[in-house]
Design a protein around this ligand. Structure first.
Ligand SMILES: CC(=O)SCCNC(=O)CCNC(=O)[C@H](O)C(C)(C)COP(=O)(O)OP(=O)(O)OC[C@H]1O[C@@H](n2cnc3c(N)ncnc32)[C@H](O)[C@@H]1OP(=O)(O)O
Length: 404
């Protein structure tokens, strides 16, 4: 449907939009100083409302961000969030109208990509989003978690007042040590403040531990300790929200530190990278269980020519890939992808994909041959699949590590 009235909101309308969004996720609305703080996190001109007359019935917003792509370049990216449609107006095309307007808008503003974290996995594929990075949950049974002999160690972990850390130390450290992996996301200035507010809302104090090695600070962990149940029979969980390490020493020391916190039964770290070998840090590798592999980044390539031209490729013969995009027709076309780069071509496509499937392969998370094996790639030339796999392969498995 195209007849919904979707407009960009001005600052006087953001509170209604936030209330609407909170209600769709069954959260209480923010009041007083909590709303005043949240209001600061809206980036001007990036929030849309869908209206029925004067009544707002849906909303979608985004933060200005950036995405690290294979090869090291950073492309401008819209971090899409705060999407919701009023419960009495769902399934009438309102989200579809919001998505259409938002995608056209972010493309016209020069964003090469948009990404989001999806509340449900059935929603966003139809708008050209594909799962481009995944994460897994790491659980460590603390009492079994003795370090393995020979694990690197060196330096010191210290606790830092979260307010001080979030205000300067961690943003600087994050920029320096965390922002290298393909899939990493530029954290906008208000990101850090919203992290501490989210923690305050949940009621348990946020703890910041910083690791210093021989050359100074080189890693950090942000966690909360939550207790469930009553008295001594309760269970105590240490939940790691953010952990980045520059060196093997800081990685080992920070994980070990979380396992040394008294009274904790289990250390839980959701959405960690798929290739983080935490179990190898401990003498008893079964102290660590790794499960719940889930989607992390839903990526939408809004400017396919720019996205394909910006990332680096492996060394393999050129492949012509046809891209089909039902919503942003400028992306439609055939692209010659080779070790030297990618550009439009009139040559016939050897492989053809929809834009959501291209997003799944773009950062290197899934091979095109794997996607072909489940019918997501239309294959005209079978030999092209091996070349496409080699071209799109990234040096490191992509991971964002930033939830929004
Ligand atoms: C990035 C984020 O902010 S994630 C948070 C998203 N928000 C929420 O989850 C809050 C609760 N849910 C909602 O507010 C709404 O149900 C929304 C936003 C998910 C969907 O809004 P709607 O206006 O109902 O979507 P719309 O009517 O445009 O649906 C378009 C299509 O998606 C399908 N669809 C919509 N929601 C879902 C869903 N949750 N799961 C599967 N399919 C869905 C519809 O059936 C429709 O399919 P069709 O094109 O084959 O007919």
């Amino acid at each position: 449907m195209t007849d919904h009235d979707v407009r960009v909101l001005d600052s006087s309308q953001l509170r209604d939009a936030h209330r609407l969004f909170c209600a769709t996720l069954h959260f209480k609305p923010l009041e007083g100083e909590h709303w005043a703080q949240a209001a600061q996190t809206y980036h001007p001109g990036r929030t849309f409302g869908a209206f029925d007359g004067d009544a707002m019935i849906g909303t979608a917003s985004s933060f200005a961000s950036g995405l690290r792509v294979p090869g090291g370049a950073v492309v401008p990216m819209a971090a899409v969030s705060r999407v919701g449609v009023r419960a009495d107006r769902t399934r009438r095309g309102i989200l579809s109208a919001l998505m259409r307007v938002q995608l056209e808008d972010v493309r016209s503003q020069g964003d090469v990509a948009a990404s989001l974290r999806a509340s449900e996995s059935g929603i966003y594929g139809r708008f050209g989003y594909g799962v481009a990075t995944r994460g897994q949950t790491v659980r460590i049974e603390r009492r079994r978690a003795a370090p393995r002999a020979g694990v690197p160690s060196g330096g010191e972990v210290r606790l830092v007042d979260p307010e001080v850390a979030l205000d300067g130390l961690l943003p600087t450290l994050f920029e320096r040590i965390a922002f290298e992996t393909p899939g990493a996301v530029v954290r906008w200035p208000e990101y850090w403040g919203s992290m501490s507010r989210r923690a305050a809302k949940e009621g348990d104090a946020l703890v910041v531990a910083v690791h210093a090695g021989a050359d100074g600070d080189d890693g950090y962990a942000i966690y909360q300790v939550t207790r469930t149940g009553h008295g001594l029979s309760g269970k105590c969980e240490l939940v790691v929200h953010d952990l980045w390490a520059e060196t093997p020493e800081s990685r080992a020391d920070l994980w070990r530190f979380t396992c040394d916190v008294d009274l904790v039964d289990e250390v839980v770290a959701p959405l960690r990278p798929l290739e983080e070998p935490v179990e190898l840090l401990f003498a008893d590798r079964r102290a660590v269980s790794v499960n719940e592999v889930v989607d992390e980044t839903w990526l939408r390539l809004v400017d396919v020519p720019a996205a394909l031209a910006t990332r680096a490729y492996g060394d393999a013969p050129d492949v012509v890939i046809g891209v089909r995009d039902a919503l942003l027709s400028d992306n439609d076309g055939n692209y010659r992808v080779g070790a030297g780069g990618a550009s439009r071509t009139d040559s016939a496509a050897q492989l053809e994909v929809d834009v959501d499937t291209l997003a799944m392969a773009y950062l290197g998370d899934v091979r095109l041959s794997t996607l072909a094996s489940v019918g997501r790639v239309r294959v005209a030339d079978r030999d092209a699949l091996a070349s496409a796999d080699a071209l799109f392969c990234a040096q490191a498995r992509p991971w964002a590590g930033t939830f929004f």
